[in-house]
Design a protein. Structure first.
Lengths: 95, 489
């Protein structure tokens, strides 16, 4: 499966990673190489095989919906590159 | 007392209890060793003061005769585990300056068992790699060199710093994580023991997530007994990890009886791959003979889906990674590169913060999860994963453990395979299947090839770490691997 430049640009946007115009071509070749190699999976007959959804074969446990840990605003925002008045600060969003 | 760094965990535990030396002396000797192995770049952050402080607390307990299971044992921690108040980087630029306000379950359990933390070890960025060369903090070096060849070799990866530190006698043991082979392959490359327990056996809470259905914390040590001791301290149910298994933890050390008579050991014919070094095939044959001599019965088994495990892994792991790494956006922690808008800030931050391999995997993962490709790639890979699980289930009807080589080669030079991602991925060909199936597996040093260590792997049934450890120890005794790397702290 060969990816073209436009497809790489589209997935880079979906992944929110800025990729320079000059990097698109080499990246397309690299990613296509990996996908070509992955294509061998298509040779496996999986028609009646369900996808694995849980490696541990267990059902997710339930817990009470209460605060059990955390609830410490200052610790939570303590690592933020920018915060203001107890909130994370980001560039202005106007839509 | 330089010989303090040459002890095993079991020996150090006995020495501490007998008051032959103090935990502070043991910690100080290791702090110096960590300093001396700086050329290997095995540690991202050393914590010598914390080590001495923890050792002093151990000494106080030891003096009262109230020793905890790992009291005073100096260990290195892969820098993928959140440690309260200690820089945690995942070897990525994007986590610049991140100091967790909480402690991972595994390191918390080690602390409660009395262990002493020496520092945080280097790894491939976000644990994505098999060489510890993709770290933002530079590559780690293997303490081993090929005789007559001065080129620095990779320690394997992604837990390469942990493996190098243990092999070079700068830590009595270390914690790693294994997603595709990241404990066992570096253990093989550095001539030490590495164990990945069953998925769900050790909590993932507080481990920087790479691929959540595949990430397994586990011990890296110089002996199988030491691995059993460490595993006993870190295993157990944790309600904070919803995939943590609510099953009791047996006494792993007690499982090391040396008696494997009557056990059936499966030899999977599909693990003979083209281009595998002759030494690896002959070491594998030696392993079969050793186990037979000890009274086990080798049986040929078939794991027919084996050749598809690696391509399935390289769909599933990047898919999960692309989702897990969405949290690195310049808002809550780590690096931020300013932008004109929120999206511009996200895109610039992630472009600057992720290295080439991480970017590659996030893009692949985004692609295989995107509309129109999800069924063809992601669901297909998860179906193949079901088949791999079934292969093992069928095999374990006929055997109690499986013996394979750990890796298809010995350590390679830093820079080798760097320009071909797929060649690098092939390192994990023998380790990935046990990750996909969530089964316990150990790598034990078994011999040398061209002067470099090679490991053999034992894979067991889910939650049967005891058999894996028992067979591993018999293999260890028979191999009698006593070689040391050229560089020792």
């Amino acid at each position: 499966m060969a990816l073209d430049k436009a497809t790489v640009a589209r997935i880079a946007t979906l992944a929110r990673i800025r990729v320079g115009e000059d990097e698109l071509e080499p990246l397309a070749a690299e990613l296509s190489g990996i996908l070509d190699w992955v294509e061998q999976l298509m040779a496996v007959d999986t028609d009646s095989v369900p996808p694995m959804t849980s490696v541990a074969e267990m059902t997710l446990p339930m817990r009470d919906d209460v605060v059990s840990d955390g609830n410490d605003r200052d610790a939570a925002i303590g690592n933020a590159p920018r915060s203001a008045r107890g909130f994370y600060a980001v560039p202005k969003v106007v839509e | 007392v330089s010989e303090l760094v040459d002890l095993t965990i079991a020996e150090a535990r006995d020495g501490l209890k007998a008051r032959k030396f103090s935990a502070r002396e043991l910690a100080a000797a290791h702090n110096e060793a960590v300093e001396r192995i700086k050329p290997l770049n095995a540690f991202i952050t050393a914590t010598p003061d914390l080590a001495l402080e923890m050792a002093a607390a151990s000494d106080a307990r030891l003096a009262k005769g109230k020793a905890l299971p790992l009291d005073g044992i100096p260990l290195a921690i892969k820098d993928l585990f959140c440690t309260k108040g200690v820089l945690t980087t995942a070897a990525s630029h994007i986590l610049d300056g991140f100091t967790p306000p909480y402690e991972s379950t595994v390191t918390e359990k080690l602390g409660k068992a009395g262990a002493v933390m020496l520092g945080k070890t280097n790894l491939d960025e976000f644990a994505m790699g098999s060489s510890t060369t993709t770290s933002y903090y530079g590559p780690s070096e293997n303490p081993w060199r090929r005789p007559g060849d001065n080129r620095p070799l990779v320690p394997g990866g992604s837990s390469g710093g942990s493996a190098a530190a243990v092999a070079a006698h700068a830590a009595l043991g270390a914690i790693g994580t294994d997603t595709g082979g990241s404990i066992r392959q570096p253990a093989s490359f550095c001539g030490i023991v590495g164990m990945k327990p069953t998925y769900g056996r050790c909590s993932r809470w507080g481990v920087v997530a790479f691929a959540s259905s595949l990430d397994h914390p586990g011990p890296m040590t110089r002996t199988v007994r030491d691995a059993a001791i460490m595993l006993g301290a870190i295993a157990g149910h944790d309600p904070r990890d919803s995939t943590s298994a609510p099953v009791p933890v047996p006494d792993y050390e007690a499982a090391l009886t040396g008696d494997i008579r009557g056990l059936r050991i499966g030899i999977p014919k599909e693990y003979r791959i083209d281009g595998m070094a002759g030494e690896i095939e002959s070491l594998w044959q030696s392993g079969i003979a050793w186990l037979r001599d000890a009274g086990a019965e080798p049986v040929e088994i078939s794991l027919p889906t084996t050749k598809y495990a690696l391509p399935a892994y390289y769909v599933i792991a990047p898919a999960e990674a692309s989702s897990n790494l969405a949290r690195y956006d310049g808002v809550k922690f780590g690096l931020r590169v300013d932008g004109d808008s929120l999206d511009d800030m996200y895109e610039k931050t992630r472009a600057a913060g992720f290295g080439a391999e991480v970017r590659r995997r996030v893009l692949i993962g985004t692609y295989v999860l995107s509309a129109g490709y999800y069924d063809a790639y992601y669901l297909k890979a998860q179906r193949v994963r079901t088949l791999i699980g079934r292969d093992f289930a069928a095999a374990f009807e006929r055997c109690d453990g499986i013996l394979t080589p750990t890796a298809p080669s010995a350590a390679f030079a830093i820079g080798e395979k760097a320009d071909d991602p797929v060649a690098m991925y092939l390192n994990d060909v023998f380790t990935v299947p046990a990750d996909l199936a969530g089964l316990p597996a150990i790598s034990v040093p078994a011999g040398l090839s061209d002067g470099l260590p090679l490991g053999l792997q034992i894979i067991g049934r889910a939650f049967d770490e005891e058999t894996v450890l028992r067979v591993g120890q018999v293999l260890e005794s028979a191999a009698g691997f006593t070689h040391l790397p050229s560089f020792i702290a």
